[in-house]
Design a protein around this ligand. Sequence first.
Ligand SMILES: Nc1ncnc2c1ncn2[C@@H]1O[C@H](COP(=O)(O)OP(=O)(O)OP(=O)(O)O)[C@@H](O)[C@H]1O
Ligand SMILES: [Mg+2]
Length: 771
Amino acid sequence: MLEERGNARGEPGSEDRSVTGEPERGGPFQMAGERLVPFSGMERILIGLDADQCVAVTTTEGPVLVVAGPGSGKTRVLTHRVAYLIGSGRARPWQIVAVTFTNKAAREIRERLGGLLGTESAQLVQAGTFHSLCVRILRRDGYRIGLEPAFTIYDEEDQLALVKQALRDLGLDPQRFSPRMLLGRLSRAKNDQHSPSDLQSMAQSYWDEVAARVYERYAQYLQRAQAVDFDDLLLRTVELFTEYPDVLAHYQDRWRYLQVDEYQDTNRLQYQLVRQLASGHRNLCVVGDPDQSIYSWRQADIRNILEFQRDFPDATVIRLGRNYRSTPQIVAAADAVIRVNRQRIERPLWTENPPGPPIRLLACWDEQQEAEMVVSEIDRLVRTGNARYRDIAVLYRINAQSRSVEEALVRRQIPYQVIGGVRFYERKEIKDALALLRVLVNPRDWLSLRRVLSETAFGRGIGEKTLLQLEQWGQRQQCSPADVLLLLVEEREEAPALAAATVRRLRELGGELVRLRAAMVEHPASQLFDLALERSGLAARYRDASDPTERERWENLVQLRSVLERYDTVPAAEGLPLFLEEAALVAAIDEAEMSGDQVTLLTLHAAKGLEFPVVFLIGVEEGLLPHARALESEAELEEERRLFYVGITRAKERLYLSYCSSRNRFGLRERCLPSHFLDDLPPDVVEAGSRASERVPRVAPPAGGHAGPVESSAPVVPRLRAGQRVFHPAFGDGFVVAVREQAGDQEVTVQFKRHGTKTLLASLAKLVVEE
Ligand SMILES: Nc1ncnc2c1ncn2[C@@H]1O[C@H](COP(=O)(O)OP(=O)(O)OP(=O)(O)O)[C@@H](O)[C@H]1O
Ligand SMILES: [Mg+2]
């Protein structure tokens, strides 16, 4: 049976009960008259927590599962728990692991810990993402499974380059076999711990076979380059622990207390890793909210929470019900929206925060007007002293939606930042410089060498053909092209059959690499960076350019150098790998600048875990939220609703939801309908006169009847028959090919003009019958 502690019903005013009921012997509390108060020293850590949160913080031994809604203090509990473990003397800082969803969240935890315990202790706690945890393990012990400590971490662009290379090798057309789709398949295979030969034997179609063959090559390439992708970081760590129990034992012994935030979005490999690490001491605390699970497309698996209770049947389950973040109106809206989902466990969520302004719906003609309305409201809020720019976030479903808002912000000269556009580390000049540094750290990284040769002056006189010969020659010698160059310099190898001038050029290049590698041992990273940029001609190319875009690239390189300076206390040979690791693991959200006074624009997915006093959620339309892709499956539709829920619950005080009657998508102007999610908002929390149903530009006519306004609280689904012309908010115009009656519903097959044939459920599809 599960042992439940805390205030499961979440009644306000009962805060002291669960703590006073069961004071731990020798624990952190002492009686002071009638009241139970923390022992001195612990006050700063436990103060500002309610009773249930206190239980979550002080139940340090054994497995603990905290399942709770948004804004209920899960992340706060996690931080205070780490502080409590150290402050109470139960653990030393380096015995604690806190896994967060982003590096930024880890930084925040470290900062808050610094405030509670002092920076020195805080720095020693292993706080970071799963990926950074795995890098740490693999750098130290990866050699046991054939991974050199200097391994490179490939990003998505590198991965795509490898898949394309594999397709080319196999004589297959990348137009026909989408590299991105193949990469998705490979990622799923890795997450399921399937090898290329597993994939081969499971193949059920030609496409599957291609995927298996690409996977095989891809894995070989990675091995040859001594590189790993993001999935590998997890997969190879799990493999390492499975094959070498002594290595696992080392980490189990070192990391005695594990905590994981945003547990609902962990994938199977992450789950396995957690289980492995915790299987000895079992001091594992995971916190999450199944209603906020929004990453199933990245293999996040909600089963992880359910199986936690199966694997740890004695787990203490703590539920937090009180929301500290938002106004009652926002909490009520969120609660009403998520209630509609069927696949969920009912949980109370309430707040004692004072009421705020009602939620506002903004009905707009198109995205330009939407952007104008949003931006003029931002302007008004700031002018009237109701908010600062930094308090405001604009959230959207897809990145493309940011453009119109950006333009409107620029027109009004309002400062803003967009999270997740082209990331700093994905910019061309930055990737060129990183490729250079990667080759120096890991000469086996042939993909980066290839980039260096094609993008910098180092490649002068070395054409694609020479490079190919170099690679083939390297393969015969079982070493990388960069190794080959190094061998050439040492004259330990006969040069391949190339023109004498080419061999001379290759020797020169090898000499450059040898010198730069030697400099790595003597100079700090930033000096080596200067040297590498000068020698490779990158500096001259950008610094001396007259074109402003090129000059901007130079400024980016200067900025990169300033990041490198942080590693300057040690020689580059030690500092560079750490820097490259940071550069590889940085995610879009980590680059967010929260200190300046600017409006933040970001996707709903990136907004997870964050909060803002004012939130504008734009494009709440059928086809966008829920996204068109999700309209055909109930499970995906539920995930879209969870995404909407995450968006709503980011707001602390003011929430605006906007939608348009028409929108430019894929270069064409399309009609839009307000999202049916809006129908679930309780009328009393939405500003009067702004209900979606009162502004619906077009509605579905009842069967056989005439089009006319229909109350959105009772949507009427038209009866459809074959041959009718219909309009779908996401797929546009089409005609009904077939209708199949289905238990009170209709399964409709529609031939869309631009999106091919789709089979949809009439009750979900919101089809409009054209007269
Ligand atoms: N006991 C408390 N007293 C006052 N403020 C609190 C308390 N607990 C949490 N908060 C505040 O409430 C807000 C939400 O907390 P937190 O971010 O930890 O919630 P969460 O459950 O992690 O939310 P999410 O599910 O969105 O990640 C934060 O601003 C936090 O400081
Ligand atoms: Mg959180």
